[in-house]
Structures are given as C-alpha cells and as structure tokens.
Ligand binder design. Structure first.
Ligand SMILES: C[S@@+](CC[C@H](N)C(=O)[O-])C[C@H]1O[C@@H](n2cnc3c(N)ncnc32)[C@H](O)[C@@H]1O
Length: 253
C-alpha cells in the first residue's frame, strides 16, 4: 500500500473541494483556546506539522504567526494559495529541524499518517524540540485504538467551475496492529461537465491512549487529554503536551 495518497500529490488541487476551509472555524477555535490556555505566556508563534491544505491555519492565522510544514510540495502550494501570509516549509514531521523554537506546536489529522510507534515517537520528538519551555503541543489524531470503529461518510463541495463528491470508508483489516485503511472514492466533475472517478487508499495509524501518553511523557511533555467539542469529531481525544518551564524542566539541570 502506498503511504502517499493521490489526494496529496496529483489530486491536491481538488483538496478544498473535498474539505473546505470554512468548515474548520469551530474546531480551529477550540485548538486556539486550548493552546492559549496551556502556554505561559500565551502563544504568538505556532508551528503546524502536516499542515496540508491549511484549513485550520486559515482560522488560526488571525491569532498567531504560523509556520506551516508539510512533506507534500503540492499541498504546500494549495495552502500557500489560501494562506499567503504564512511561512511554508517543506519537511517531514518525523525528521524536520528548523533550528528555532515556537510558543506552540500543532499537529492535526496529519499525525494519523504515522503508522508505527517509532514514527509517532519521532514526530512527538520533533514537536518537543520545536516547543519552547512553558509552551505546549497539541496532537489531534483521527482515532485512538480504544474507540476506532469501521464506518463510512460522504461529502464534497461545489467550486466555481469544478465540483467533487466523495465516499470515505474506514475499516481495519487487522485490529491487532497499529494501522487501518481509509478507502476513498472521488467523483471529480471537471469544467466541461465530464466526471472522472478515482479510488485512493490512505494507510493510517491508530494507537492506544497509553501509547500516546507514554511517548509524550518520554519526550519530556506533561500530558493532558482533552475532548473535541465539534461536529463529527465530538468527544474524540486530543493530546495536549506542556513543556515545563525552565525551573521545572528536568533537562535544565
Ligand atoms: C488531511 S491533510 C491535513 C489537513 C490539515 N489538517 C488542514 O487543516 O488543512 C494531511 C497532510 O499530512 C501530510 N503528511 C502526511 N505525513 C506527513 C509527514 N510524515 N510529515 C509531514 N506531512 C505529512 C500530507 O502531505 C497531507 O498534506
């Protein structure tokens, strides 16, 4: 199975017809509030790892100075079109090093593309080294192992000249491992009215709550679990890591 869905490469220009920036206002506001309350002093600079089409960023940028990292050049272009005032940097959340710290680090659903514990550990380490002392990191995986259920949903949007409808079917071939799949069918209506159909398999990771907390604490974060307060994600778990201030940081000697 490819770990590079078509949606983030050849089909990236369709991304905002699958999931539109305006639908993210409520959740972005909750993430803003959690990060603002967790950081002392409140955050001004925020690093987003796996920022994709920049949907959350399009709301958060009103409050923070954002640096957006994604491994897909096509998705960085899509986000740049929406968020020209934000800094965009190509990079993989497991390995990228920007040689500076931020007040907060935000990792939304892109973290769900990490399928092994080692990859998740590496991304949490990336968040930690880019988070200043007294700052915070917020991780928003699509699922945790305890609550994952097979399921499907559909949606899509009309643009000025093109339109997209999709069916997403999440299912787990082996509930004893740390992966599941999301099979997408896209109907892509072009400007001339022709409709193409594409199948796109996304291979995704899912981890028990205890794995999240263990890896975050091993990196040096103090952890808290929060619950999503919006839409279809209502009740799903958000993992908040607080990097202790210098006076409490075990690594500060
Ligand atoms: C669903 S999109 C993210 C959308 C984003 N939450 C938003 O608000 O628009 C998932 C993104 O994760 C990125 N991604 C997946 N694995 C990555 C990795 N290891 N490092 C950086 N980006 C990654 C993909 O390139 C894709 O752009």
């Amino acid at each position: 199975m490819s770990d590079r869905p078509k949606l983030y490469e050849g089909l990236a220009s369709w991304f905002h017809l699958l999931t539109a920036p305006e639908d993210y206002a409520d959740e972005a506001e909750q993430y803003r509030r959690i990060l603002t309350e967790a950081c002392d002093p409140p955050p001004q600079t925020v690093l987003e790892l796996g920022s994709g089409g920049g949907n959350n960023a399009s709301h958060m940028k009103r409050h923070f100075r954002l640096t957006l990292v994604d491994r897909s050049p096509q998705m960085l272009d899509v986000s740049l079109g929406l968020n020209p005032e934000c800094e965009h940097v190509p990079g993989d959340m497991r390995t990228v090093r920007l040689a500076r710290t931020f007040d907060a680090v935000f990792v939304h659903d892109a973290v769900s593309y990490l399928t092994t514990e080692e990859d998740l550990r590496a991304a949490i380490e990336t968040a930690f080294v880019h988070c200043r002392r007294g700052g915070a990191a917020l991780f928003v995986p699509d699922h945790v192992r305890e609550t994952f259920r097979d399921g499907s949903e559909h949606g899509g949007h009309d643009g000025a000249r093109r339109a997209l409808r999709y069916l997403m079917w999440e299912w787990d071939p082996d509930p004893s491992d740390t992966t599941y799949v999301a099979d997408f069918a896209y109907l892509l209506r072009h400007e001339d009215g022709t409709v193409a159909v594409e199948h796109d398999r996304h291979l995704l990771g899912v981890f028990p709550r205890a794995t999240w907390l263990r890896l975050m604490e091993a990196a040096g974060f103090r952890t808290e679990i929060r619950q999503a307060e919006h839409g279809e994600q209502m009740g799903s778990e958000l993992f908040l890591g607080i990097r202790p201030p210098a006076s409490m940081d075990q690594t500060s000697g």
